[in-house]
Design a binder for this molecule. Structure first.
Ligand code: UDP
Ligand code: MG
Length: 415
């Protein structure tokens, strides 16, 4: 492996502490901030171990299975592993929704060493008997807390039943809520736990701030911010697919080179847009949480939380799209009066009080009204959360996970 050629010179803490455990054959729970090289922490030892085994995979089988919550992340992981294993006989293949099932089945017929998949598509392929999981030696759940969250857990249970009992299981994430951690241990056997920082801690080099603004004034405010750094890549997170599209079109009419990516776009569109953003042809990418996890675009300098996320962990992942691999970056949260509860939940998780760089925190009366409205909204959400609990097979994380009751943001009294 030509590691220096891939920019891998000094191991990061998660690599230095995690790789020896993996090489020793232990299950692992690896927690480290965004952008600190978790992919190589599991990818390098896995490739090494498969090379040591030396045998070719049998038809319709794989020896290592990596599961990820979005198509884009699965693609990126597969590309990383292909780089790690360049010049070796190790073959990596990626299967995700939105692409031909037949072509994927045909490729699997020959067997692969490492299969990187989103859970929904993997189940489709298993249903068609395009492959079996009997020979899996290594299972990786990247973005583990999301993989174990309610939107994916049924799919994951279904997959886990088909995996050999004797296997090595590796979980990685930057966040790991308590409830999920308990669930995680049911997938691991006497795991080593490598925790580089408290889970939920944001990457150090992100300069974070909050700007208070009315919902209706957010677009103009965003344009002001974007105009200050016209040549730098900015990622903007919206809450809904429709809202993200609308915002992208508005930015476009204002002369910004903007694109949008969310679960309603075709896979081809999603890939083209992401590629245009990677290359700098697009300067602004408006996205839903489909782009919150794992995506690695080194040049992203700014993250705008145009709408605050309902789940505070997602804030950590969203802003973690900047300041990767030791770079720095800036993250501004746009907080409308009705989002005060979300803001407090984020501050509680990250243990950081976001400095205010603009606008006025809502007054006492406004904050109370907002808290009431948020509470009512939350009641609705919880009811819908129950519906989320029904078995379904998500292809990926475009749906908001149901809120876990005990993680409700605390309502704050007016400041
Ligand atoms: N990277 C690096 N040196 C390393 C490991 C990673 O420069 O030893 C780079 C890697 O190429 C990528 C970025 O750091 O551009 C983040 O890596 P990754 O996506 O694995 O981070 P994660 O968020 O999963 O921890
Ligand atoms: Mg990652």
């Amino acid at each position: 492996m030509n590691l220096p050629g891939l920019g891998l010179t000094t191991p990061t803490p998660i690599q230095a502490q995690g790789i020896p455990e993996i090489m020793a054959g232990r299950d692992l729970m690896g927690l480290a901030q965004t952008g600190t090289g978790k992919t190589a922490a599991f990818g390098l030892p896995m490739v090494t171990k498969l090379l040591e085994i030396g045998r070719r995979p049998n038809p319709k089988s794989c020896r290592a299975l990596v599961l990820a919550p979005t198509r884009e992340l699965a693609t990126q992981i597969a590309e990383n592993i292909q780089n790690f294993s360049q010049g070796t006989p190790i073959r990596t293949f990626r299967v995700v929704g939105g692409a031909s099932l037949n072509a994927q089945s045909e490729r699997l017929a020959r067997g692969v060493d490492i299969l990187v998949a989103t859970p929904g598509r993997l189940i489709d392929l298993l249903d068609r008997k395009a492959l079996t999981l009997n020979e899996v030696l290594y299972l990786v759940l990247d973005e583990a807390d999301q993989m174990l969250d309610i939107g994916f857990i049924h799919a994951l249970r279904q997959i886990a039943r088909l995996l050999p009992f004797k296997r090595q299981t590796l979980l990685f994430s930057a966040t790991m809520p308590k409830q999920i951690e308990e669930l995680a241990t049911s997938y691991l056997k006497e795991p080593a736990r490598v925790q580089v920082s408290p889970p939920g801690k944001a990457a150090e080099k992100i300069e974070q701030a909050v700007h208070f603004v009315n919902q209706g004034d957010k677009a103009k405010l965003l344009a002001d911010y974007l105009a200050r750094h016209p040549d730098e890549l900015a990622l903007v997170f919206g809450r809904t697919k429709h809202g993200s599209d609308k915002l992208m079109k508005l930015l476009d009419t204002w002369g910004f080179k903007a694109g949008a990516i969310h679960g309603n776009k075709s896979q081809g569109q999603r890939e083209r847009t992401l590629q245009a953003f990677r290359s700098g042809e697009l300067k602004v990418l408006v996205a839903t949480d489909v782009a919150a996890r794992g995506i690695d675009i080194p040049d992203v300098r700014h993250v705008y939380n145009y709408d605050l996320p309902n789940v505070p962990e997602n804030y950590v992942h969203r802003i973690g799209r900047t300041a990767r691999a030791g770079r720095d970056g800036r993250a501004v949260a746009f907080c409308a009066p009705a989002e005060l509860g979300e803001l407090r939940a984020i501050e509680k998780l990250t243990k950081v009080a976001l400095p205010v760089i603009g606008g006025e925190p809502p007054s006492g009366a406004e904050a109370n009204a907002a808290a009431k409205a948020a509470k009512a909204k939350q009641g609705n959400r919880q009811n819908r959360g129950a519906a989320h609990g029904q078995p379904h097979r998500p292809d990926e994380a475009t749906k908001r996970p149901a809120r876990r009751p005990s993680r409700r943001p605390r309502r704050t009294k007016a400041a």
